[in-house]
Design a protein around this ligand. Structure first.
Ligand code: AMP
Length: 299
């Protein structure tokens, strides 16, 4: 089955202690879309400006990503720049230039409206809600967010969260949203906002699921060297949704393995700038790391 992914389609300028790379292909929907593409069909909803390089469109196409929902608008592509400290868990946003996202109002192609799996990747919650309004009886809807929306669009975000099957956020955002210092307490409080599945990402420490069959502690794949962690969270949720859409049977039967696949794809993402590494991997490499992860976590 297909996954519809809406989110940012961006140009990212990234500085790490070792290197600097301007105008890479980035954005939450790009990272999530590339990650999901290894498992099944992906439909991308986003917007780019007239400065968006052709080679990035070709990259999406090479991965088989459907671009009917990608609008090309007059103006500049969303541009984000960030800088990492020596400890790559710490990042500073240097600039966010919305460009065409300032006026972006997606109208979904008719064929997209019946997509069974929907990933509302990180973008303004009102926009995520607007896309969800156009979907007809989706089977499973997940959304990701970021601290910015908790600060500037909390009422919109809370309205959206009520409508989700799964809400995915990181540990800092879970603390900010609930006021809870303890993550397990935060999980309970977030269920109270609506979603049946809550997933808290903890970067290189893995992720935690709370759902109808209880909790699952999903490990991160251990990487000795991180080149650029930008988009790891998006790759995690993209890989997870891609796997879930391809699996036959119930969500509960597959969600743990789906998270493990998400962890693995996120690990590849961290090994290169932007999507440079992720766009070149194969399903066999993903399966190889999944087996290793399984061995590491079994006891
Ligand atoms: P992550 O490293 O998982 O937090 O995701 C980083 C990605 O989020 C980058 O590729 C950015 O282009 C994108 N991004 C940064 N700020 C925003 C924003 N305000 N809205 C949507 N996407 C954003």
């Amino acid at each position: 089955m297909s996954v519809l992914i809406v989110g940012s389609t961006a140009l990212d300028s990234i500085k790490t202690p070792k290197a600097e790379n301007p105008r890479l292909l980035g954005g939450s929907a790009s990272h999530a879309g590339v990650a999901a593409s290894f498992f099944g069909p992906v439909r991308l909803v986003g917007a780019v400006g007239d400065d968006f390089p052709k080679r990035y469109v070709q990259l999406y196409e090479r991965l088989g990503i459907d671009l009917e929902g990608l609008q090309r608008l007059p103006g500049k592509t969303f541009h984000w720049s960030g800088e990492y400290e020596l400890n790559m868990n710490n990042r500073r946003t240097l600039a966010t230039e919305l460009g065409v996202f300032e006026t972006f109002n997606p109208t979904l192609p008719a064929a997209y409206q019946t997509t069974p799996f929907v990933l509302l990747a990180n973008i303004a919650p009102a926009l995520q809600g607007h896309v969800l309004d156009q979907m007809r009886r989706p089977r499973f809807v997940a959304a990701d967010t970021m601290d910015l929306w908790l600060n500037v669009a909390l009422p919109d975000l809370l309205k959206l969260v009520k409508r989700l099957d799964a809400f995915v956020l990181n540990d800092g955002e879970a603390h900010q949203l609930t006021g809870a210092d303890n993550l397990f307490d935060a999980l309970k409080k977030i269920h109270g906002l609506g979603p049946k599945y809550v997933i808290i990402k903890q970067g290189s420490h893995g992720s935690i699921l709370s759902g109808p069959r209880g909790m699952f502690l999903c490990p991160a794949y251990p990487l000795p060297k991180v080149v650029d962690p930008t988009g790891a969270g998006d790759s995690f949720v993209g890989g997870m949704m891609g796997y879930l859409a391809a699996a036959k049977g119930s969500i509960d039967d597959h969600i743990r393995r789906a998270m493990a696949y998400g962890s693995v794809v996120a690990s590849f993402c961290c090994e290169g700038f932007g999507v440079q590494r992720t766009a070149k991997i194969t399903r066999a490499q993903i399966d190889g790391r999944l087996k290793e992860l399984e061995r590491l976590a079994r006891f």
